[in-house]
Ligand binder design. Structure first.
Ligand code: GTB
Length: 215
């Protein structure tokens, strides 16, 4: 059955793989499933055809037969349930992997997204610097906790799982920032994930979209 996802026609991240279709592509590459990509513009995301797939007017979406999904976390979770390789078979280990997916999405990601909002949407506000300092402190707390948990382990909880896809993709938004550089084991965690062949294929595929749009 053909799997079709949606992605930015021209990503504002200029091919850095930070948009959330990247985590879906990566999950599909990890489980060895081919997929097609429908590219959409910002304007098209707000039109009825796309709103029928995602009422919130965003990418990524996922279509497989008569199933349509939105929300990257739900999509990656579905892929991990549908195809073997991204969730442990042991029930307790599986529950912990799901827990870490939620942790990445609902506890680690929000302050990291807030930092981008401060930098772009709140540029020029009189309180921008104060808010940035507060948001950075919230990020630092999470990174510190995550770093302490990870220690010298390779992955969040035993074998590589869907949770590592979501967590690494979330942390990648901080790549190159002083905040992240303070935690060498998190930098190494991201590098380890980025070295995976499935990651490399997914990254190249989204990068090719940007390169084609830029020429
Ligand atoms: N919670 C949803 C999910 O996980 O799927 C959030 C989806 C979302 O934010 N989608 C963004 C979108 O469609 C693209 S990924 N935005 C258009 C809109 O809302 O109108 C977010 C994103 C965008 C750009 C960068 N970047 O340039 O670095 C990074 C991440």
């Amino acid at each position: 059955m053909t799997i079709t996802i949606t992605a930015f026609e021209s990503s504002p991240d200029r091919g850095r793989g930070l948009a959330r279709d990247m985590r879906v592509r990566w999950a599909l590459e990890e489980v060895g499933q081919p997929y097609e990509v429908r590219l959409v513009s910002f304007a098209a995301m707000k039109q009825p055809a796309h709103l029928a797939l995602n009422p919130l007017g965003q990418i990524p979406t996922y279509e497989e037969g008569d199933l349509t999904l939105f929300e990257s976390g739900a999509i990656v979770f579905h892929i991990a349930e549908r195809f073997p390789g991204l969730l442990p078979t042991d029930a307790n280990a599986r529950a912990r992997a799901v827990m870490w997916m939620f942790a990445a999405l609902s506890t680690v990601e929000p302050p990291i997204v807030d930092a981008d909002i401060v930098s772009y949407a709140e540029r020029g506000k009189s309180w921008q610097d104060e808010r940035r300092a507060m948001v950075n402190e919230r990020i630092r707390v999470r990174l510190s906790e995550l770093s302490a948990h990870l220690g010298d382990a390779d992955w969040l909880d035993g074998a590589f799982s869907a949770a590592d896809i979501i967590m690494v993709h979330t942390l990648r938004r901080l790549e190159g920032s002083a905040l992240l550089e303070d935690y060498p084991n998190l930098v190494a965690y991201i590098a380890r994930a980025e070295a995976r062949p499935a990651y490399q294929r997914a990254f190249a595929a989204q990068r090719a979209v940007w390169e084609a749009a830029a020429t």
